[in-house]
Design a protein around this ligand. Structure first.
Ligand SMILES: [Zn+2]
Length: 58
């Protein structure tokens, strides 16, 4: 899979540390570009991140 951000790198499965407003939400599975380092999470993971943020009342 090609990176939609830089269109040069390839996306690889990995984990990203998500933070929101400086608060650590934990690690989540994501596709990470090996060139620009941009990370992409699918809709299910994005929901989980939002839930984690809610729990921390962000
Ligand atoms: Zn990229």
């Amino acid at each position: 899979m090609k990176c939609p951000m830089c269109e040069k790198g390839a996306l690889k499965k990995g984990k990203v540390k998500e933070t929101m407003f400086g608060v650590d939400l934990g690690e989540f599975p994501a596709d990470i570009c090996d060139k620009c380092g941009e990370s992409f999470t699918d809709s299910a993971t994005t929901k989980k991140i939002e839930e984690a943020a809610k729990k921390k009342s962000i």
